[in-house]
Design a protein around this ligand. Structure first.
Ligand code: C2E
Ligand code: CA
Ligand code: CA
Length: 677
């Protein structure tokens, strides 16, 4: 290059003109056809006889091929790193979810893939992402529980699964955003994708999908081989985990009924006792034996016997709570461990009740209706025993006495038997009370804090027993819950509100809002929404408005099933109150998703407010939290001016309590309405 020309080049060239040599520099250039090339260059100054620099010599070699090779090696090294990372994870990890997350994390971090995710086929046959990694990949979690967001069958994951082959698309912008994952990937700068099928026990189980930020990232044979090897290793781990689970299953579960066996039961019971011990609560254990089971086996055959045991197991599981432990003990025995010593009576009803007992309706076995009975023994922690061994032994001892005395159930502690008998008598009396119309609703006003005016009433059930007089719901509602009578009683309450509204309308031309308490059992029932629609209609016709109070714990138990029900109810104009708020364990994320009108702070906090800083703090934060979720707050059980003042200062919205009005019989409602409107 003559000086004039070289001067126009970049800084390096000027350095050469100043006397420096440049040896072996990699330079980028464009060839005549416009292709990108790389050169290895040497530049030396060119001097005349006097030593003045008049230009430079430049020698370049085209090293484009070599550079590409090198980059490929870098990539291969990265994939190797991923492979060895995942292999060490496989050795370490014994849990599917964890393995998936780790595989995605390693692929994104060490493999420099933009996004890595794993999809599995769920029970309905649709593909769901279960793990993902890579910067910005959280968008997958945001839409992945949206039921409408299905993945395209032309996407890499579903194709890899349905065709059981490696699927490569080297330019995804061409195909466009075929579904939400693809759209997100494009938005995050991904250009190519590979879908690798994953297998468990030789059956297709899912797909690993890797997105790269370059086009044509997956056109190298060697790299592909490594990636396939990687998918193979994850598949191997899946198979291993599945087999391990089967071995565990056989060791800990009864294969006929699917219930935990004695070994696992003992573990779980010990765990239940330990946690009850820490919380200062209890555990009720019932061991029951199917009466004359051998006769079923002998007369109908073993097959029928097995079917009966399975049917009993299913019914027990359906009748207890999900967190209770149910187990098969011996050939014809079962055990139920329920957290909460108070649940002993509930279990007693489950065994003995003629209305809703486990054995009150026949079992259908191979086309025959079999009437079956059982004998049971029960013991309670910590009253009867301090550890699992003794608790089981004492329940078994009680079972043996029950068999000798030929009664359906005995407790280890005789006093509990008296209670169980009383509670069973109560059940029968309550059944009659419902039939004879001995129930009534009383009404307690709720007051707006700002205006002091009435906002509505809460309907509270009373039992007018001809012999004992008025009985409080605290005494009989729990028994109604245990026996299922609450379903009828709850429907009675809904219809009674309509009748009371009609009376008020006729006598005094007033029509209030009435909140009715809903029991967990009602909420779970299939007919719940229909019943509420009917009741709301009937009440509306008399000018009144129906609201509902539902306790916190029920809603949280099964949020996904409850939300659509509540939404329908809310659509009718029915306000939903969360009752006894603060006593359950609500997740805020759920509260925000529910169509709720207000939270009712449990009376225990209102009482505690003036006694402990903690309660005061809880009330305060519940109120501000509710307000931030645009919910109103009702304080329950306000009895003193001091409490009312504190609550006013914390911006509580409504009061309910003896300070403003005790529950009154239906006839007194119009007078209260006149006074407080
Ligand atoms: P809840 O839903 O929390 O109802 C509030 C209870 O607090 C009522 O007791 C009410 O009389 C009482 N209360 C209100 N203000 C005060 C106060 O200032 N001080 C005190 N000490 N207590 C106050 P009640 O009527 O005995 O009802 C007890 C529980 O029985 C109710 O608690 C509710 O869980 C249940 N219950 C009542 N009626 C029904 C019903 O129709 N259906 C269902 N499923 N449960 C009901
Ligand atoms: Ca209530
Ligand atoms: Ca309450």
């Amino acid at each position: 290059y003559p000086r004039e020309l070289a001067d126009r080049y970049h800084a390096d060239d000027r350095k050469v003109l100043a006397g420096e040599s440049v040896i072996n520099q990699e330079e980028f250039g464009i060839d005549a056809a416009g292709g990108q090339r790389w050169f290895l260059t040497i530049k030396v100054p060119l001097r005349d006889a006097a030593g003045n620099i008049g230009g430079m010599v430049r020698v370049s070699r085209d090293i484009t091929e070599r550079r590409e090779q090198e980059q490929k090696i870098v990539r291969l090294n990265r994939v190797h790193a991923v492979l060895s990372g995942i292999n060490s994870a496989i050795v370490r990890i014994r849990n599917r979810d964890e393995l998936f997350h780790e595989a995605c994390r390693i692929a994104a971090m060490h493999g420099a893939f933009r996004i890595a995710w794993i999809g599995l086929r769920d029970a309905e046959g649709t593909t769901q992402p279960v793990a993902w990694a890579g910067e910005g990949s959280e968008f997958i979690s945001e839409s992945h529980d949206n039921p409408d967001a299905t993945l395209s069958q032309h996407g890499a994951a579903r194709m890899a699964m349905s065709e059981e082959r490696v699927v490569i698309e080297n330019d995804i912008e061409q195909t466009g955003p075929i579904d939400w994952i693809r759209a997100g990937a494009i938005e995050h700068g991904c250009k190519s994708v590979i879908g690798l099928p994953l297998y468990s026990e030789e059956k297709i189980a899912g797909a690993l999908v890797l997105y790269a930020s370059e086009r044509n990232a997956f056109d190298d044979k060697e790299e592909l081989k490594l990636l396939e090897e990687l998918a193979g290793d994850v598949s191997f781990a899946l198979t291993f985990i599945a087999q391990q689970e089967k071995v565990n299953y056989l060791a800990y579960y009864d294969t006929l009924t699917g219930l935990p066996n004695r070994t696992l039961f003992f573990d779980r019971l010990s765990w239940q006792l330990a946690s009850a011990g820490r919380e200062g609560s209890g555990v009720a254990l019932v061991i029951l034996n199917v009466d004359r089971f051998r006769m079923v086996n002998d007369t109908l055959g073993r097959h029928a016997g097995d079917a009966l045991l399975k049917a009993i197991a299913d019914r027990i599981k359906a009748s207890v709570r999900a967190e209770d432990t149910v187990t098969r003990l011996g050939a014809d025995g079962f055990a139920i461990a329920a957290s909460g010593a108070w649940r002993a009576q509930e279990l007693a009803h489950l065994i003995e009740s003629r209305n809703r007992g486990l054995f009150s309706s026949p079992f259908s076995v191979e086309g025959e209706e079999l009437r079956v009975s059982a004998t049971a023994g029960a013991a309670v922690f910590p009253a009867d025993a301090q550890n699992a061994e003794v608790l089981i032994a004492n329940a078994e001892a009680a079972l043996n006495s029950a068999k000798r005395q030929n009664v359906p159930l005995l407790f280890y502690d005789p006093e509990m038997n008296a209670q169980a008998a009383e509670s069973l008598r109560m059940e029968n009396r309550l059944k009659r009370a419902l039939e004879n119309n001995e129930l009534a609703l009383w009404y307690q006003p709720k007051i707006d804090v700002m205006t002091g005016k009435l906002t509505g009433f809460e309907a509270l059930m009373r039992w007018m027993d001809p012999q004992a007089g008025m009985i409080s719901p605290a005494k009989f509602i729990p028994i109604m819950e245990q026996t299922g009578l609450i379903l009828d009683a709850g429907n009675w309450a809904l219809s009674q509100v309509a009748r009371d509204c009609a009376t008020w309308q006729e006598a005094a031309k007033v029509a209030p809002r009435i909140a009715v308490n809903v029991s967990p059992l009602q909420l779970r029932a299939k007919e719940f929404v229909d019943n509420v629609i009917d009741a709301a209609d009937g009440i509306e016709q008399t000018g009144g408005i129906l609201d509902l109070e539902i306790t916190e714990s029920v809603i949280m138990e099964n949020v996904d099933a409850v939300i659509p029900k509540l939404q329908t109810v809310r659509g009718l104009g029915v306000r939903i109150y969360i009752d006894d708020f603060g006593t359950g364990y609500s997740s805020l994320a759920y509260i925000a998703r529910l169509p709720i009108y207000a939270l009712k702070i449990d009376r225990s906090f209102v009482v505690g407010m003036t006694q402990s800083e903690d309660s005061l703090g809880i009330v305060n934060s519940v109120i501000s939290l509710a307000h931030s979720l645009k919910l109103r707050v009702v304080a329950e059980g306000v009895e003193t001016e001091v409490q009312a003042d504190l609550l006013r200062k914390m911006a509580c919205d409504e009061f309910q309590g003896y300070l403003f009005g005790k529950p009154v019989p239906s006839a007194d409602v119009p007078a209260i309405m006149r006074r407080l409107s």
